[in-house]
Design a protein around this ligand. Structure first.
Ligand code: TXA
Ligand code: MG
Length: 353
């Protein structure tokens, strides 16, 4: 593996590697992607192998301009409404953290789409991603650059730790801006539906194309936990029924904000609050009584001021850090359910499943 900068020479080198069927990890505004040439099935197979990802789980095809769309998606198969929605969304939210599921062109290998008749397309808003895509094949299939089911990488170090020896090149883009994956919106069916909440909120989409069907997320099933949160068996928001994904190795418990406040302090656990005021309230009631500075690394907030974008950008990095610190458990509080809140909570619930 070789670590590359974003210099033009390095981008040319990485683009050549993509054309030769190699794998290149590259930054996007959301999370790092593990990129391969969409039209090279052997390269796609390597992506699945490196990630240990099931073959039926389809990849997102990344483009760097609307002209590439025609090579990937069969736009003639969209209804007139579907076509209008695509045009409106592309005009206002691309480039950006929005992935659109569209009818697929037959030239796109089955491996990229898990055998589906649709293909997920995204135009990322990161200059290095755009340069790499343009300089290589114009269409990079890329899942998040983490082993299947593990936390997505938002910093180069995360990629180095998780996949460092398994890929050909990593382009260093530092810390990424959005921090949660793109919103996946299905435009191939009569009613547009959010399949995964992410970097663009449902509100922002509905402002442009009207009502869309919401994701089937656990943010809809937040029910206050009636169990005494101070007992050993403090099962929080019934994570047992949830599908595990984006998971840290440490057991993660997820709480509605008020439930986190009652949690008794245990120095071998980590506590991840949504914002500084919530953390400080807890420190005043249930937190460690004589707080020493050493206790602080295990008591954190996603965003000191409660800014939802900052919280999203910090989410995976904080989970990575707490996960690597050897705590017995991580207790995390959900975000308020507006803007990027549902995307944050979706990741927390899956991580806690
Ligand atoms: O922000 C992101 O989207 C990042 C960066 C690298 O672009 N990528 C990412 O890829 O998160 P991945 O592979 O980790 O997640 C892709 C998601 C999966 O949930 C997959 O099931 C869904 O997109 N997906 C892909 N193709 C689909 C299709 N044809 N129909 C429905 N869902 C699809
Ligand atoms: Mg992923």
């Amino acid at each position: 593996m070789k670590l590359l900068s974003g210099s033009d020479a390095d981008i040319r080198r990485a683009a050549g590697a993509i054309r030769a069927g190699c794998l290149v990890v590259f930054p996007t505004e959301t999370v790092y992607g593990l990129g391969a040439d969409t039209f090279n099935p052997r390269a796609l197979a390597k992506v699945f192998e490196v990630k240990q990802r099931p073959l039926f789980d389809p990849l997102i095809v990344h483009i760097a301009g609307l002209d590439a769309l025609d090579r990937i998606a069969d736009l003639a198969l969209l209804t007139r409404e579907g076509r209008e929605r695509l045009d409106l969304l592309a005009a206002s939210l691309w480039p950006g953290p929005l992935t659109l599921v569209l009818p697929k062109k037959s030239a796109v290998p089955e491996l990229a789409t898990g055998g589906l008749k649709t293909v997920a397309v995204r135009f990322p808003d990161h200059p290095l991603a755009q340069k790499l895509i343009s300089a290589s094949t114009g269409a990079l299939a890329a899942p998040s650059a983490n082993p299947f089911g593990y936390l997505s990488p938002t910093r180069t170090e995360h990629v180095l730790d998780q996949l460092g020896d398994k890929v050909d090149y990593i382009i260093d883009g530092g810390k990424l801006r959005v921090g949660v994956e793109s919103t996946v919106l299905d435009l191939s069916s009569p009613l547009p539906r959010i399949l995964r909440p992410g970097g663009v909120s449902q509100d922002d989409i509905e402002k442009i194309i009207g009502t869309v069907e919401g994701p089937e997320t656990r943010t809809n099933v937040i029910a206050p936990n009636e169990a005494d949160p101070n007992t050993a068996d403090k099962s929080p928001l019934s994570p047992g029924q949830l599908k595990s994904h984006y998971a840290p190795r440490t057991t993660l418990f997820v709480y509605a904000p008020d439930k986190m406040q009652n949690l008794a302090y245990n120095s071998r656990a980590a506590y991840l609050f949504f914002d500084g005021p919530s953390r400080d309230r807890w420190l005043g009631h249930s937190g460690p009584k004589n707080l020493s500075p050493e206790a602080l690394p295990n008591i954190r907030a996603l965003s000191e001021s409660g800014d939802i974008q900052t919280a999203a950008a910090n989410l995976f990095a904080l989970l990575h850090e707490l996960d690597d610190s050897g705590y017995e458990a991580i207790h995390a509080e959900t975000a308020p359910p507006s803007g990027l809140g549902p995307a944050i909570n979706d990741r927390l619930f899956r991580a806690g499943a």
